[in-house]
Design a protein around this ligand. Structure first.
Ligand code: GDP
Ligand code: MG
Length: 163
């Protein structure tokens, strides 16, 4: 039960940190070690009268680790069954890998599933950094810092629009 919202993106972009923010509790393990989240963690939260089921997933990347590979397969399955997908990327990342990972997720999600673009770690951005808002041909990008709790309200508003 609950509207399934899958949080996806490459390892270390802050998916588990965001899940914990959205749930207001330390539910998932956060670590600087990529590949920490292997199993899918999910929990529900009522926001503005809508019950959302947030699904934290393994980061999608090439891996030879057996358990991580299973986690990635499960992630792709969750994406295909989500009502909304939150595609998280590091605001400092280069355009090409960000767009490639998004394409993979879009292929998996199918046409009907909206993908919300979320740039995380904006607290680490400096003036000369990438202009990630221009990566997606004018599509909306929500800028957040899951760590410093910036932009979370805007993100929640966007989610409620899909509720
Ligand atoms: P996941 O692999 O995508 O689940 O990423 P985690 O949530 O485990 O976070 C990976 C690392 O990035 C951890 O060291 C987090 O503390 C850090 N992190 C997550 N969100 C932010 C953020 O908004 N700003 C900064 N500076 N660090 C963050
Ligand atoms: Mg994680």
């Amino acid at each position: 039960n609950g509207i399934p919202v899958a949080i996806v993106g490459e390892p270390n972009v802050g998916k588990s940190t965001l899940l914990n923010r959205l749930l207001n509790e330390d539910r998932a393990i956060v670590s600087e070690i990529a590949g920490t989240t292997r199993d899918v963690i999910e929990d529900t939260m009522v926001i503005d009268g809508y019950e959302f089921r947030f699904i934290d997933t393994a980061g999608i990347r090439e891996s030879t680790d057996e358990i991580e590979t299973k986690g990635i397969a499960l992630t792709l399955q969750k994406v295909s069954r989500a009502r909304v997908v939150l595609y998280l990327f590091d605001a400092r990342a280069d355009e090409t890998p960000v767009k490639e990972a998004l394409q993979k997720i879009r292929n998996e999600a199918g046409e009907e599933v909206p993908v919300i673009l979320v740039a995380n770690k904006v607290d680490l951005l400096e003036h000369a950094d990438k202009n990630y808002e221009q990566y997606f041909d004018g599509e909306d990008v929500i800028s957040i810092s899951a760590l410093e709790e910036r932009g979370i309200e805007v993100l929640i508003q966007k989610l409620v629009e899909h509720g």
